[in-house]
Write a protein that binds this ligand. Structure first.
Ligand code: GRG
Length: 286
């Protein structure tokens, strides 16, 4: 895990070189290079490795995923969305650079990410096109944005478990699926294995978001680097609001067992994935 994170951090730093106009690159770097867990790019690199691909070939896509993730965090923190002052233990992007620059930094990351896949990947055109298709689906109204808009629309309302699953799937699991599927695509894995990684990402991502809901009620600023308790305050639709903390923990356990079963079925041997599953379980019960 540490080696992957180092590789990702070095390449993010290299790809996001400061140039004119400096302010936009500084703002992009501020959020992307801030200390995050790097879960999604790690998942991409590890999937590429387990299916026999060359990890180096997956680096631009892994960095693109982290940039898209950072973009979603910058925009999610804006006053017109979640209105957060802290992220990754630091003041949010708009608090430091102002709202206009934060919006532009998010937009710039959203378009720089696919540029990286096109320009820096040592892959054939067909594979790049498939990666870009997956990128567009994950980033747009079929992915992240679908989750975010239903999340916003649901604030203060009673929602069904199905609507909550829709939100969590698109807001969070879609990026996990994107990371895992693209790792498999780069390794030239079979369609069956790509689909298996999609299902693995759905289970992990859903579990991760429920865990995030739990932590919003039980953790601390020191541990998470962001203001907590905001979901409850804003009457956000969360798993804990709908079912309570104990049921939420049970659901995380079930989803993680399902994820583990997929690994067993496809004979996936990965200490990294085991570490991620264990990490989510521990976070949910800490
Ligand atoms: C793609 C144009 C476009 C817009 C995005 C704002 C938005 C629409 C979506 C928000 C999605 C969002 C913020 C989901 C929350 C997902 C989540 C649990 C984030 C935290 O992930 P961690 O814990 O964070 O992995 P670190 O900082 O460790 O990377």
């Amino acid at each position: 895990m540490k080696n992957y994170i180092k590789l990702i951090d070095e390449n993010l730093d290299k790809f996001l070189e400061i140039q004119y106009p400096e302010e936009i690159f500084k703002s992009m770097r501020y959020s992307v290079l801030a200390e995050g867990k790097r879960l999604r790019p790690v998942m991409c690199l590890e999937t590429c490795r387990i299916f026999g691909g060359n990890v180096e070939d997956a680096i631009p896509t892994a960095c693109a995923i982290e940039m898209l993730h950072a973009q979603s965090l910058i925009h999610d923190d804006l006053p017109c969305m979640d209105n957060d002052d802290f992220r990754r233990g630091k003041p949010t992007n708009h608090k430091v650079f102002g709202e206009a620059t934060a919006v532009l930094a998010g937009d710039a990351l959203l378009s720089f990410a696919p540029q990286l896949i096109i320009q820096k990947s040592n892959l054939n055109e067909k594979t790049k096109l498939r990666l870009l298709e997956e990128y567009c689906i994950a980033a747009g109204a079929y992915g992240l944005i679908a989750g975010q808009i239903v999340d916003i629309d649901s604030e203060g309302k009673e929602i069904t478990p199905e609507t909550l699953e829709f939100i969590h799937t698109h807001k969070t699991a879609d990026l996990f699926k994107f990371a895992l599927k693209t790792g498999a695509i780069i390794a030239n894995a079979s369609e069956e294995k790509i689909q298996a990684m999609n299902d693995f990402g759905q289970k992990l991502g859903f579990a991760f978001q429920i865990c995030d809901d739990i932590l919003d009620e039980t953790s601390s600023f020191e541990k998470l680097g962001k203001t907590l308790g905001k979901d409850k305050e804003a009457k956000k639709p969360t798993y804990t609001a709908l079912f309570g903390i104990e049921k939420a923990r049970e659901k995380v356990g079930c989803l993680l067992n399902d994820a583990y079963d997929i690994m067993t079925k496809y004979n996936i041997k990965s200490e990294i994935f085991e570490e991620i599953i264990k990490g989510i379980k521990e976070r949910a019960t800490s």
